[in-house]
Ligand binder design. Structure first.
Ligand code: NAD
Length: 361
């Protein structure tokens, strides 16, 4: 298969971790007989330094012409970097927001997995963490409260602020379809999270999700109120497979789910539109404090590349190979500094990439 991948190395540790992800993709291509073309795209601080803006129109067009985009991370030290002296619309993060918008990336996926070998990093009690967990949070990314009409006013000397939460059925349906499609590739369970006891938008959400569920008889659907879900994530995270939810609930729940894994350097993410196209990036930032030291953990980016193979190219076997390589290397006791524990062997970013590439045969 021919894979045409746009590649945003970005800032900070971005170039280091993307180099390792490319090493892994190249090894997969070699072993499974694929042909990969990478096109580099400048975004964030790296683009500001060259073009004076965090994303050019040309960069958007290159991303659009790709089958999928792999990204490291963007941004610098927000107190000391000159990028943060610029107006907000010219700072590194504005590039990412503009790209998400231009590509209509409405579905955000964040897996939260507790690896047996990293269970000690999990802040939950042993009797809970010992069951392990492996879930995906599917968050609607372009609608809801963050995109509704908002204003602040003053009435009779009283200051008042208004935010509106709007969803139409099409916006709900397209993310629900994505959620069920992904559940079909996993353990076939969707937990749709809402606040249907209070919000009209949630009641419509629930109805439309049920309509979509009718087309997926193999998938078990359950509804859960968002406050209960926040509790269940720390009480019994093993119960979840795919959590499907709207923008603000997903924002909060996905951070909670990340935290209970305890290992930021391991968390992948994907943002998808209604074609097979996706933007794949680690959940963490550009870690300027360790940039250039060769110690960053490349695994979140490598697992994002695995998601790309699975969701944009339907290469499940190849994605499995990467995910199994990560499990094997953890089992063998290799760790980067962020996940290091007693008795393990500490390795750098490049060494971790080499070890993982060797596992793919
Ligand atoms: P961060 O995720 O970059 O770093 C938080 C802490 O985790 C740091 O101590 C860092 O060293 C560590 N860390 C992160 N990734 C690691 C890895 N792969 N291996 C080892 N350690 C790792 O968050 P921050 O410091 O709040 O943000 C730094 C910059 O990143 C800011 O400019 C921020 O805006 C940007 N950022 C970008 C994205 C993105 O590109 N999507 C996301 C979040 C933050």
């Amino acid at each position: 298969m021919k894979l045409n991948i746009g590649c945003i190395s970005g800032d900070g540790i971005g170039p280091e971790i993307v180099a390792e992800a490319r090493k892994i993709l190249d090894k997969v291509a070699l072993v499974y007989g694929h042909e990969i073309t990478y096109t580099d795209i400048l975004m964030g601080g790296a683009s500001i330094d060259v073009h004076g803006v965090p994303l050019t129109e040309e960069a958007i067009q290159t991303a659009k012409a790709s089958d999928a985009v792999l990204m490291g991370s963007i941004g610098g030290n927000t107190t000391t970097s000159p990028w943060y002296q610029l107006p907000p619309n010219l700072r590194p993060e504005a590039g990412l927001l503009a790209l998400r918008k231009a590509l209509n990336l409405f579905a955000n996926l964040r897996p939260a997995i507790l690896y047996d070998e990293l269970a000690d990093a999990c802040p939950l009690k042993k009797e809970i963490s010992s069951a392990g967990f492996d879930m995906i949070i599917m968050r609607e990314l372009t609608g809801g409260l963050y995109f509704g009409e908002r204003y602040t006013t003053e009435e009779n000397g009283l200051r008042k602020a208004v935010d509106t939460l709007t969803y139409n059925e099409n916006e709900i349906r397209r993310i629900a379809i994505k959620g069920f499609d992904i559940a079909m590739k996993r353990r076939k369970k969707v937990t749709s999270v809402d606040k249907a006891n209070v919000l009209d938008s949630s009641r419509l959400w629930r109805k439309v999700v049920e309509e979509v569920a009718a087309d997926y008889p193999e998938v078990t659907l359950e509804h859960m109120l968002v406050d209960n879900c926040a509790m269940q994530l720390v009480k019994d995270p093993a119960q979840f497979d795919v959590i499907l939810t709207e923008n603000m609930f997903g924002d909060i729940l996905s951070d909670e789910a990340s935290m209970v894994t305890g290992s930021i350097g391991m968390l992948a993410s994907a943002s998808l539109n209604d074609s097979k196209f996706g933007l794949y990036e680690p959940s963490h930032g550009s870690a300027p404090d360790i940039a250039g030291k060769g110690i960053a953990n490349p695994i979140a980016t490598i697992l994002s590349a695995a998601m790309m193979l699975r969701f944009s190219f339907d290469l499940d076997r190849e994605a499995d190979a990467i995910e199994n390589a990560v499990k094997n290397i953890l089992k063998k006791g290799y760790r980067t500094v962020d996940i290091m524990s007693e008795g393990c062997t500490q390795v750098g970013c490049k060494e971790m990439g080499d070890l993982l590439a060797d596992e793919i045969r």
